[in-house]
Design a protein around this ligand. Sequence first.
Ligand code: CA
Length: 235
Amino acid sequence: MAAHILIIEDEEKLARFVELELVHEGYQVSRSGNGREALQMAEENSYDLLLLDIMLPGLNGLEVLRRLKQEGNTVPVILLTARDAVMDKVAGLDGGAVDYITKPFAIEELLARIRVALKLHGSAAAAKKTAEPGNLTWRKLSLSEQRHQVTWAGEEISLTNREFRMLKTLLENRDIVLSRETLLEKVCGYDYMGETNVVDVYVRYLRSKIDEVYGVKMIRTVRGVGYVIKEEQDG
Ligand code: CA
């Protein structure tokens, strides 16, 4: 899925040029030339990155940044600053921008900075997306398929590949008791030749990393049948 970048720049020619370059690189791009409008766009959409000019009509870039951060928005922001605006750069970085680039800039440098910012900060932005596909939750637990990550109340739980697949399978089939054979196939692949009790081993690992740590009973044993995660909120 292409990263979605919002360009906030009132110099039409520059904005258009950057837009064309970014589209050429495969990014999805939106544009605004007004700080107030851009702030609203950033509040209503989940962008992966903002390119934010400082001198803007409506609301200046530093103010847009300040308000976004105040609202808890974690989208990474790269500031576009004038050559001699040292104070703007300092204020911008202090205000939570991840980087800045001085105008006029070589497009290659901007592209490189965007790649770095997305790589370093992309997951934080994705975490803000509530309707992210492939997201499974149970109480305070959240499993993101895209990021291959499991968290409890925002705290990351480190799982192996097989533990992750096991948890995902159980979460996807909530309230359905899954047999060891079914889980084995999902977790180890259909051609796995080992014992089905590896399922019990992974359940034990998951319980030690989740149930025991957070004091819950997530994975239930159904004796003689298999395992289930129940939707109900008791226990
Ligand atoms: Ca400007």
